[in-house]
Design a protein. Structure first.
Lengths: 378, 403
């Protein structure tokens, strides 16, 4: 090896061939590798350039960011109407963003839902960090969710009370997804354990029925059940409000899907772990909580995050039963007569918010998967 | 071993000690029994509590339970019915049946199109062309991160914003895009086409039989009788001859602008078209990832070994790579098909009348909430179980046969 190196240094240094190395070589290999590849590159390049240019014209060059307001405080969207099809009317977002993000929450108190959103994001970030993967994390969740509850509801610590009828927008989406996960997760662990128990056949049958029944029907039917059938289930006079009913539906729905994820982790654990724990004389609950679950749950964190992304997107379905989440608030904003014909702009704005959350989570889950699999193969 | 068990002296010692249930907390079997009784009892009590409340509430509201309402006149206008339907005459039962057919229609067409699009995109992500690989990756990443409902609403408003029929965008005179949906030229269906179709199906069966025969001959003699001339004859020539013998009818029904709308041709309503577009593009982004990981799961050595054996590249793909990739692809693909079918229930948000939409209207009109939701759940459970049954059968069919 060393001799070869010394030889080459002794020889006159030659330039690398221009067309097979360096940036030009990369372009040749990856964009113009064959006649077919060249054709694809040229066709796609043309289309992409056209799309980018027209998207820039529509979204930036000809876009309208603000509109004047009339004497009655109603937006005058004449400029936007004139630019329709040529330029985007982002004015609808600058005018309506508070309504879309925080719903009909009292305007002066909207710092509270804003803090709630920040708390949720902070909670996600803390849960994502490996150094916090320990029992205290459960405590952090309990404390944060309690603070969220107090902030939204008010009525104590000098905060004015705001009932759930006035909640809306992004906090509702985050509440449904996060509280759904927080309550569905313990449920799913119990169901997954029940489904794997060979000594309790009746419990196993119950768990299988629950999981398969929920997974076989669409979320909408569970939500309809919560909004239409739930009042029938309760004794006369008991009135459970709509958000809580939807939240229960979400927990039941999420529980079934998470149970399958957790079961995957339990199955992936070698049987020797259980047997070794048995040999040490540990009881069933000691085995489960000290040996099995800490290992099994660690294995399923990436699919858990992916399932959570699914729930996060699925919260938009409460639109159909008339709850005011982010998507519904977008539609409410569009029902204002001056802005009715600018739905594309609003939908793009909403999509950006959803993409920001989902993309961060899926990127994280993929990195985690790589890291965990690297740790295992070593 | 058999000698030892045959010896009566050892038999008693070797047999496992007979388990007898002891009524003690230290006995695991007894403990398990108690746990089961407690848990099942608790679930049963909660269930009984809910049922009793429901019965009381229904009695208080004077709602009769049962499915008798299915025979009443529906009065729900339905835009797209695959069966003859008149809201003034037909019953709720028929309206719901039409809803089920509409759901199945979207699900079947959606699954086929999503598989095709998803496979193309999945292969595109593996392309050596950097631009194509990045573009398909962008497609997958973006569409997966936007809620399907938002995408459906988006497509629906886009389709409603299309020009009116008079200024329709069109492709020749065969395809028009308007704010009233998509109009397509349609073949005027004659009995001769039905007969030719049946002959074609018979031809498919014949081709399968012949290729099995060819495989047996190949196993027996090492020589494979040619299959493609037989397939060509049975699948193309024979149906064509039958069609020609019946007078070769070929009239195409073009959509024609009359007054404010088009007459004739095939119509895809904006609701149906938006739902299909949303479902297909969204599910395809998931299918693309499944296809990609399936192909990547086949080790590179398999390609090289097959090439070294002298197989042509088409044969390598068909006989070596695909059979192995499919084993990885089929199980997650099944759950995507199930997801697409369940997601088709979002039709209710954009006004396509699938089973959820019609059942929802029904339960609002009749007050039969429990029956309506039970009906929706029963329909989806049946569809889900059928799909997973079929896919499990197919999976077992292509699974690796181990010794």
């Amino acid at each position: 090896m060393t001799t070869i190196v010394s030889h080459s240094t002794a020889a006159t240094r030659e330039h690398p061939p221009l067309l097979s190395a360096g940036p030009l070589g990369w372009v040749r290999a990856n964009l113009f590798g064959s006649a077919w590849s060249t054709a694809v590159t040229l066709a796609l390049g043309y289309v992409i350039m056209r799309v980018i240019v027209s998207a820039y014209d529509w979204g930036f060059a000809n876009a309208i960011w603000t509109v004047p307001y009339g004497k009655t405080g109603i937006a005058d969207t004449g400029v936007c109407q004139a630019a329709k099809g040529v330029g985007a009317c982002w004015a609808v977002l600058t005018d309506k963003y508070r309504l879309i993000l925080f719903g009909r929450y009292p305007y002066d108190e909207q710092w509270r839902p804003a803090v709630v959103v920040v708390l949720f994001v902070g909670l996600y970030i803390v849960s994502a960090m490996r150094r916090f993967w320990r029992k205290e994390l459960a405590l952090i969740w309990v404390v944060t969710l309690s603070v969220v509850f107090v902030l939204m509801f008010g009525g104590m610590f000098g905060l004015s009370e705001v009932t759930e009828d006035y909640w809306g927008g992004l906090p509702i989406t985050l509440i449904l997804a996060t509280f759904g996960l927080a309550f569905a997760f313990p449920l799913s662990v119990l169901v997954a354990l029940g489904r794997r128990s060979s000594k309790l056949p009746a419990v196993k049958v119950l768990c299988v029925l629950y999981v398969e029944l929920i997974r076989g029907v669409p979320l909408i039917s569970v939500l309809f059940m919560a909004s239409v059938m739930f009042p029938l289930f309760m004794p006369a006079g008991v009135n459970v409000d709509k958000l809580l009913r939807a939240q229960i539906a979400f927990i039941l729905f999420a529980g079934a899907y998470l149970a399958e994820v957790v079961r995957g982790g339990l199955q992936a654990l070698p049987k020797g772990q259980t047997e070794a724990a048995e040999a040490l004389g540990l009881s069933y609950w000691q085995r489960t909580f000290l040996i099995i679950l800490p290992q099994a749950l660690r294995l399923v964190i990436p699919p858990l995050v992916n399932t959570f992304i699914g729930f996060f997107k699925d919260t938009s379905l409460v639109l159909i039963i008339g709850l005011f989440d982010l998507l519904t608030m977008g539609k409410v904003a569009l029902s204002d007569p001056p802005w009715q014909s600018f739905s594309t702009e609003v939908y793009i704005g909403l999509a950006v918010i959803y993409i920001a959350f989902c993309f961060a989570m899926s990127k994280y889950s993929r990195n985690l998967e790589l890291g965990l699999s690297r740790a295992q193969t070593r | 071993m058999s000698q030892a068990t045959a010896d009566p002296r050892y038999a008693a010692a070797r047999a496992a000690p007979k388990k007898r249930l002891r009524l003690s907390w230290t006995d695991p079997t007894f403990r398990g029994l108690i746990w089961q009784i407690v848990i099942v009892g608790m679930v049963g009590m909660v269930g009984w509590y809910l049922v009793r409340n429901t019965m009381d509430n229904l009695a208080a509201r004077h709602i009769a339970t049962g499915f008798a309402f299915l025979d009443r006149i529906a009065g729900i206008p339905i835009g797209e019915a695959m069966l003859p339907y008149n809201p003034a005459v037909n019953t709720y039962g028929r309206a719901l049946l039409i809803g089920v057919l509409n759901t199945l229609n979207v699900a079947v067409v959606g699954v086929i199109l999503a598989t095709i699009l998803g496979t193309l995109i999945g292969i595109g992500r593996l392309s050596r062309n950097w631009l194509l690989a990045k573009l398909t990756a962008f497609y997958v990443e973006t569409l997966r991160d936007i809620p399907l409902l938002l995408q459906l609403l988006f497509w629906y408003t886009i389709l409603q914003g299309l020009p009116a029929p008079r200024q329709a965008w069109h492709l020749g005179s065969a395809l028009y895009l308007t704010n009233r949906g998509m109009k397509l030229a349609e073949l005027d269906w004659q009995p001769a086409h039905t007969v030719a179709g049946i002959v074609f199906l018979v031809g498919v069966a014949g081709t399968v039989l012949w290729s099995r025969h060819a495989a047996r001959r190949q196993d027996a003699t090492g020589l494979r009788p040619p299959t493609w001339p037989v397939a060509l004859g049975l699948l193309v020539v024979l149906p064509g001859l039958v069609w020609a013998a019946l007078g070769a009818p070929l009239t195409i029904d073009y959509p024609v602008l009359r007054g404010f709308n088009f007459q004739g041709g095939l119509t895809l309503s904006p609701e149906y078209f938006a739902l299909l577009l949303g479902l297909v593009t969204y599910t395809a982004s998931y299918i693309a990832e499944i296809v990609r990981s399936g192909i990547l799961a086949v080790p590179k050595g398999q390609w090289e070994a097959a090439g070294a054996l002298g197989l042509r590249s088409g044969e390598v793909l068909r006989k070596v790579v695909l059979p192995q990739a499919l084993r990885v692809i089929i199980p997650p693909m099944t759950s995507q098909y199930l997801n697409l079918t369940k997601n088709s229930s979002l039709a209710v948000a954009i006004g396509y009348q699938d089973v959820v939409s019609i059942a929802n209207t029904t339960l609002n009109q009749t007050g039969q909430a429990i029956e309506g939701i039970a009906f929706i759940m029963a329909v989806y459970l049946t569809i889900s179980l059928s799909i997973s049954f079929f896919m499990n059968w197919y999976n077992a069919h292509i699974a690796l046969v181990e010794r």
